[in-house]
Design a protein around this ligand. Structure first.
Ligand SMILES: [Mn+2]
Length: 335
């Protein structure tokens, strides 16, 4: 059952020993949402399976106490934070739980006691509305965490809405944090050597499809697929698919520019559709999504490319051409 902000925290007040559970490889949005709720209502921040680098810097700098791989049975109630599928929880069995989330897919809400789902650009923004309705203060640590969560989830405000900026302003006002502090914290995050290698390999292995002026880049890496996919967008792709093969299964990280989304590419929907064909899990946002399936990575990547080409051809009215091999690349403009 969907509840509103006031009802959400009212219900949480009925429970003792709450676990705020973040998805695997937790990001700043998940960790900061869990941290803000635990500070306001009480309880423990739990990571299903580690966190990413910016989140680990946050945890260290803000001194956030976290429990890695907690056993939900040790807690009175579980609040699943910023998570939409069971796979993101490594299929952890949950008996009594609620969900607070902003993803377009909502598989986890089905068996939840109650949930709060909003189409915000981050979970932090939903948490802000809860704190506001509680009249809870936002201290500096919580403020820095929340702002970092919003900045990272919106791709440095690339996907921000007018509500995002409004909430950011209110968090800055309430917490006394300066935006520059948040940027400094993120800039201090070291980049892993293996991540830089993966990203460069992804770039060197790119295969391109072109529909009118839209470029679809596909590649593969052994890890850091999400970062590699975002990087392909940054260096010129309109849509990027990066595959990672893990034993029998394949993971695809997909990203799209706003123009591609406006042209009808909804990656969350695309990933959900493909995952249904393979009994896997997939979903996310229109501009950023992922899929986990038991299948050959090459086949899934091919499927992603073909379906995307069809969508673009239908909306842009052109046939695609394969420009993977160098001799076919037309360089009309030299820059
Ligand atoms: Mn999020």
């Amino acid at each position: 059952m969907q509840v509103d902000e006031a009802e959400f925290f009212n219900r949480l007040l009925d429970y003792r020993n709450i676990l705020y559970l973040c998805h695997r490889n937790a990001d700043p949005d998940a960790v900061s949402s869990a941290f803000a709720l635990s500070e306001a209502i009480g309880g423990t921040v739990g990571l299903v399976d580690g966190c990413n680098r910016v989140a680990s810097v946050l945890i260290e700098r803000l001194g956030i106490e976290v429990v890695d791989k907690p056993d939900p049975a040790d807690y009175g109630f579980v609040v699943v934070v910023d998570t939409s599928t069971k796979a993101q929880l490594n299929d952890t069995e949950l008996t009594s739980y609620c969900v607070i989330d902003h993803h377009t897919t909502t598989a986890l809400t089905e068996n939840a006691e109650f949930y709060l789902h909003r189409n915000t650009t981050s979970t932090v923004e939903i948490v802000y509305d809860i704190l506001k309705s509680m009249g809870a203060p936002i201290n500096r640590r919580v403020g820095i965490g929340m702002l970092t969560g919003i900045v990272t989830d919106t791709g440095h405000f690339k996907h921000a809405s007018v509500d995002t900026f409004r909430t950011v302003a209110k968090i800055i006002e309430a917490s006394g944090v300066e935006y520059g502090e948040v940027l400094d914290l993120m800039a201090a995050t070291p980049q892993d050597i293996s991540m830089r290698i993966a990203i460069l390999k992804a770039a060197s292995r790119v295969e391109l499809d072109r529909v009118q002026d839209m470029l679809i880049a596909s590649s593969h890496v052994s890890s850091f697929g999400g970062s590699a996919s975002s990087m392909l967008i940054n260096i010129g792709a309109d849509i990027a698919f990066v595959g990672t093969a893990k034993g029998e299964s394949a993971r695809i990280s997909a990203r799209a520019k706003r123009d591609a989304v406006n042209a009808g590419v909804n990656l969350g929907q695309l990933m959900e559709d493909i995952s249904n064909e393979y009994n896997g899990t997939g979903g996310g946002h229109s501009g950023a999504a992922g899929i986990d399936v038991i299948a050959d990575m090459g086949d899934i990547l091919h499927k992603c490319r073909e379906k995307t080409k069809k969508i673009l051809e239908a909306s842009l009215g052109a046939t695609s051409k394969d420009i993977s091999s160098e001799d076919k690349i037309e360089e009309t403009e030299d820059e």
